[in-house]
Design a binder for this molecule. Structure first.
Ligand code: ADP
Ligand code: MG
Length: 313
């Protein structure tokens, strides 16, 4: 249990690269090793704060989809089921790495944490269903992309398969998640952006899509009233004129300034744009601060000395 009364509720969103780094094949050994970097920091932060962890699943869900398509001996599973599978697999990996990190810190009583399978409601008329933007699975060569029967796009990492990414409306389990946080649990939820569902009366139907984990994290942060929102990825922060000789790394930025950079087209869809939109949404709705930072600087970002920090003024 935390040593002192928790000061703040932190929502930490881990990028897909928390598990698989650029250029890695993504073996389970590599994924467990990579997870030590954020989880050691989260373990230390959990002594003084309430913690919610969300995470991406782009590489993992794309790999599962590819595995479906490589085998005709068993029925293929739709994307919604694969998203649910990644919530289980990644939730387990975060829990077990976090448990080790807490033991390394000398916390011998088992810290209560829990992974919540999460549904996220989307609008069935969302135009995103007609225009796939979310990159998933491995990086393809230009020739593989040209031959692919599925839509592909050139992303910062190279060519990748893309699927529909509708906007998240609400997290179905928000009340349960809030209760678990209030009880002192570290909660891992909304994995892979959540299982995308549409509402039909009192029931939910899964749909073929992958919701952006940054956008759903902003929705969740509002619904459970988080104080601080940390988006951990593979760059030190957001930049304008990214990847050009004029690149400027952004440090402390107001909502108004960031809105201008967003309008000026500095952040591409599918990668940095959703992070910026999520950060802006969080601060506009009353959150203290949103930070975009690298996975090895989560603690520094919480202390206010790393990353791109977005505040109301
Ligand atoms: P995650 O898995 O953490 O969500 P993404 O690949 O979706 O990571 O987004 C992070 C990537 O966004 C970085 O690796 C970087 O290449 C890219 N990127 C695009 N535009 C920018 C920008 N303006 N500033 C910083 N990074 C950017
Ligand atoms: Mg992303």
């Amino acid at each position: 249990m935390p040593t002192s009364s928790p000061s703040e509720t932190l929502l930490i969103a881990l990028g897909g690269n928390a598990l698989i780094r650029k250029g890695q094949a993504g073996t389970i050994r590599e994924q467990f090793a990579n997870l030590k970097i954020p989880t050691r920091q989260i373990a230390r932060l959990s002594r003084r704060n309430r913690i919610i962890i969300t995470h991406g699943n782009g590489p993992q869900v794309g790999n599962l989809l590819l595995q479906q398509e490589c085998c005709d001996a068993v029925p293929r599973l739709p994307l919604e089921i694969l998203v649910a599978q990644t919530q289980g697999q990644i939730g387990y990996m975060i829990e077990s790495t976090l448990d080790t990190a807490l033991m390394e810190l000398g916390v011998h009583s088992r810290q209560p944490f829990i992974t919540v399978i999460s549904y996220v409601v989307v609008n069935e008329k969302d135009p995103a269903f007609e225009n796939p933007t979310k990159p998933i699975g491995p990086v393809l060569t230009e020739a593989q992309a040209a031959d692919s029967p599925f839509p592909t796009r050139l992303t910062a990492k190279g060519y990748r398969r893309v699927v529909a990414s509708p906007r998240p409306v609400t997290v179905v389990e928000k009340r349960e998640i809030r209760k678990l946080i209030d009880m002192g649990f570290i909660v891992i939820c909304c994995g892979g952006g959540g299982i995308p569902v549409t509402r039909e009366g009192r029931s939910f139907n899964g749909v073929d899509a992958v919701i952006d984990k940054d956008l759903v994290s902003a929705v969740l942060a509002k619904e459970i009233r988080a104080d601080r929102f940390i988006i951990a990825t593979d760059v030190p922060g957001a930049a304008i004129h990214f990847n050009t000789p004029q690149q400027i790394d952004l440090q402390a930025v107001t909502v108004e300034e960031m809105e201008t950079h967003l309008r000026d087209g500095h952040f591409p869809p599918g990668t940095m744009q959703p992070k910026i939109e999520a950060a802006l949404a969080f601060v506009r709705q009353g959150g203290k601060e949103a930070v975009i930072t690298s996975l090895d600087a989560i603690e520094d970002a919480v202390r206010g000395c790393a990353g791109t920090r977005i505040t109301a003024e």
